[in-house]
Design a protein around this ligand. Structure first.
Ligand SMILES: N[C@@H](CCC(=O)N[C@@H](CS)C(=O)NCC(=O)O)C(=O)O
Length: 248
């Protein structure tokens, strides 16, 4: 299918403000039904939740947190200090997987979006495949000396991801996008942004099933709100330089 091998053009940057140390706490919407997502634009775990909320058409308000200089009041929101946190009135949920599953069970926001058909087997596959991305990607972001070897490992993980996807468009052999795909997409989007950071050729070979999956994912409505590979690239560059820039 030709649509599987075509890569859409990369959308441009969409800058947001990240609250930092010294900033006053923003006014939050009142009411037990209001959803507030504490997130960071450059957190792949938060991006999972953003994609799940958007795909389901559920309205929410984002509060972005600068993770290198967290605002003091964030300790009251999550004493563990991590994003994402989903707040619903007085209740709070932490951990992206728990939040994504919760979001998939919420009644639709009136836009009549279908549920994501969360499929535990597909989710397990996605997490196992991602397990091979995260260690070398973490090293690449924090240890500039080991770049070539680690990039090779990320490239191999991406190639394997494509091979495991097989001929069907989505993870687990599905014909439509599922929660597993939305959970996996942010980390893979980061991996595709790494080439720009390291000034290396792009690791995702355009002739693999992975390129097809990426094209399918970029055509999913929810991913238009996701952090773009070029933005990941710019942020990771600043992170590797020891000066994370949340304004890219
Ligand atoms: N297992 C958690 C991981 C969340 C996580 O590690 N978030 C990172 C950002 S990518 C964070 O908040 N780091 C700030 C800190 O630990 O101080 C999830 O899936 O939500």
């Amino acid at each position: 299918c030709s649509s599987l091998t075509k890569k859409p053009p990369l959308p441009t940057s969409n800058m947001v403000y990240h609250y930092k140390t010294g900033d006053a706490r923003p006014e939050l919407p009142a009411g037990e039904d209001a959803l507030v997502l504490f997130e960071s634009k450059f957190c792949p775990f938060c991006q999972r939740v953003v994609l799940a909320l958007n795909q389901r058409g559920i309205p929410y308000q984002s509060v972005y947190i600068n993770l290198s200089a967290k605002p003091e009041w964030f300790a009251e929101i999550n004493p563990g200090g991590k994003v994402p946190v989903l707040m619903m009135g007085s209740q709070r949920l932490v951990d992206s997987l728990m939040i994504c599953r919760y979001v998939d069970e919420l009644p639709s926001g009136g836009v009549s979006e279908a549920q994501l058909c969360s499929n535990a087997d597909a989710e397990r596959l996605a997490l196992a495949w991602l397990g091979e991305f995260f260690p070398p990607m973490h090293d690449l972001m924090t240890r500039p000396d080991e770049a070539p070897e680690k990039l090779e490992q990320v490239t191999a993980a991406m190639r394997q991801f494509g091979e495991r996807l097989g001929p069907k468009p989505f993870i687990g052999g599905a014909q439509t996008v599922g929660l597993a795909d939305l959970i996996a997409y942010p980390a893979v989007a980061i991996a595709t942004g790494l080439a720009g950071v390291l000034d290396c050729p792009e690791p995702a070979a355009s002739d693999t099933a992975l390129a097809g999956w990426l094209a399918e994912m970029q055509a999913v409505k929810a991913t238009s709100a996701a952090t773009k590979p070029v933005e990941w690239g710019a942020f990771l560059k600043s992170l590797r330089a020891g000066n994370p820039d949340y304004s890219v």
